[in-house]
Design a protein around this ligand. Structure first.
Ligand code: ADP
Length: 520
């Protein structure tokens, strides 16, 4: 409601209810709004008229209302901003619309939406105020509930935003901590995040990386066919890409060998289908490995030549020994010979490793008697060991096609290990059997066993289980060579083991003649 100055300027008679015609009284009483009139010319602006609705809303009857200033409706609840506004409006003779907390006669709070409007005489002096009021408690309650809900909502949004910020920071700190270059890509292979290591390795800046498509980065230097295959063909099959080597000549940084690992995030939600691509620059590491392999090849070759010569001299000296030489001298020469053979075997193993590394390891296949080869190897080992009894069971009915010497080396190695790594036991079980069209060979010991973690690594070259290194001699290459030999025979070598119970090393080889194996 807006104040209309002109209509308020009326020739107002001294007002009492008798001045209001019955028709107007009836009209005022019919209003659902409470209506009061106060007389501003009297001290403390008392109420001189109220309609029926005002009595209903306030709970007071007319006699209890007339003559009072409106403030009785607020009781002790005086410090309301709305009251201040009302006082100002009355003082200035203006109209105002406020929402004020009032109390019924019973003391129940109700929100009163109050509009007061001054009535002025011809001189512009405010003689009366008319107040129109409505109980808006229900609306107020809904408003309050809404406000409460909104505040709760806002709190939740703040909390959620904070937790998102924290998880974002958490993820970013993980990404930055990773030692490899790491890219987070969206499903269209656009870079969403790149860590510092990526920028450092590939000499690019953040601004030229983020938001770019992977293949378009740095003059399309990442447009590598192998990488395309990986991301477009392999990843969509939901298989992670693990340790995939890619060699590429980058314009700024030259030839690089990279190890790629890629995962697609399959979780439902906002990270779905993002791709994590970890890129490790292994150029230097590989160069060092190559140097080590080269050194190994040269060293074992250089050691072999003088060893052969010494061995020749020792054998020559043995032959020169007079028949009646002292036993001690003969014994010393025999022992020197045995140690030279041992050294020869170690050097031969090192040479084998470097041949395997350089792809020059060759097999000389022929038909041979597998049973006989195993029994011979066992006999030799029986002579060399007093601590263990070696039991052999089973045999195969046919001959085998393969490199007898190399397979004998495998059998020897596995049985020698079984003896070496079961110092507290006294039995080794060897078994030969036919399984489908394979020969299966197993060596079972009752020794220290191998942890699950180590079982995965013992076939790697130079790997030795940590806690046995001091106690047992060895170079950690025996099983590596064995596995390569078996692989080259199209067979498999594996271990079943339990710590402190024992290990069983087994291999299978396809049965069959040269003709069947090679279709010659
Ligand atoms: P080496 O015996 O010279 O160390 P190998 O390659 O033959 O090298 O074996 C690698 C490692 O595997 C050994 O160092 C040892 O820790 C473990 N290993 C091999 N055979 C056995 C076995 N029968 N029982 C327990 N551990 C074994």
């Amino acid at each position: 409601m807006k104040e209309d100055k002109d209509t308020t300027k009326q020739d107002v008679p001294a007002m009492n209810t008798e001045n209001i015609s019955p028709l107007f009284q009836a009209a005022l009483n019919a209003s659902v709004s409470g209506i009061i009139i106060t007389d501003n010319s009297l001290p403390d602006n008392p109420i001189i008229y109220c309609n029926k609705s005002f009595e209903r809303i306030s709970g007071y009857n007319r006699e209890q209302i007339i003559g009072h200033n409106c403030r009785f409706l607020q009781r002790e609840d005086r410090s309301q901003e709305a009251r201040e506004q009302l006082r100002e409006a009355v003082k200035n003779g203006e109209s105002v619309n406020v929402e004020v907390r009032n109390y019924t006669k019973e003391g129940t709070l109700f929100w009163n939406e109050l509009f007061i409007s001054p009535i002025k005489d011809n001189d512009g002096k405010v003689t009366h105020f008319i107040g129109v009021q409505n109980d808006v408690s229900d609306r107020k309650k809904i408003e309050q509930e809404l406000r409460f809900e909104r505040e709760k909502m806002e709190e939740k949004v703040v909390e959620r935003t904070e937790s998102l910020r924290l998880s974002q920071e958490y993820l970013e700190s993980i990404i930055e901590t990773v030692r490899e270059g790491l890219l987070v890509l969206d499903p269209d292979l656009k870079v969403l995040t790149a860590n510092e290591e990526f920028m450092r390795t590939f000499k690019v800046s953040r601004s030229e990386t983020i938001g770019q498509k992977l293949y378009e980065l740095g003059n399309r230097q990442w447009d590598i066919p192998q990488l395309r295959d990986l991301l477009e063909k392999i990843l969509p099959t939901n298989n992670p890409v693990l340790d995939f080597e890619v060699e590429h000549n980058f314009p700024h940084i030259g030839q690089k060998l990279m190890l790629l690992n890629a995962h697609r995030i399959e979780l439902e939600g906002s990270y779905k289908d993002r791709i994590l691509l970890a890129i490790e620059d292994i150029t230097d590491r590989r160069a060092i490995e190559v140097r080590k392999d080269d050194f190994l090849a040269v060293a074992s070759h250089e050691l072999k030549t003088p060893l052969t010569t010494i061995k020749g001299y020792v054998q020559f000296a043995q032959r020169l020994l007079p028949k009646d030489s002292e036993d001690k001298l003969i014994d010393i020469m025999d022992k020197a010979n045995i140690q030279l053979d041992r050294l020869g075997r170690l050097i031969a193993e090192l040479l084998d490793v470097s041949k395997i590394q350089s792809g020059k390891f060759e097999l000389h296949r022929d038909e041979f008697d597998f049973n006989k080869m195993v029994y011979q190897a066992v006999d030799e080992l029986r002579q060399a060991t007093e601590s263990h009894e070696i039991e052999v069971s089973g045999k195969i009915e046919t001959k085998l096609f393969g490199d007898e010497a190399q397979l004998a080396q495998v059998v020897n190695n596995l049985i020698a290990n079984a003896i070496k790594y079961s110092p507290k036991a006294n039995k080794i079980k060897v078994d030969i059997s036919t399984v489908s069209n394979y020969v299966k060979f197993s060596v079972k010991d009752f020794g220290m066993g191998i942890s699950i973690n180590d079982q995965k690594k013992i076939f790697e070259r130079f790997y030795r289980v940590r806690n046995i290194q001091q106690q047992f001699p060895g170079m950690g290459i025996g099983l590596f060579i064995c596995e390569q030999i078996i692989k080259q025979h199209e067979g498999t070598l594996w271990v079943d083991s339990e710590e402190d119970v024992g290990s069983t090393f087994s291999f299978t080889l396809p049965l069959g003649t040269e003709h069947e194996n090679h279709g010659i």
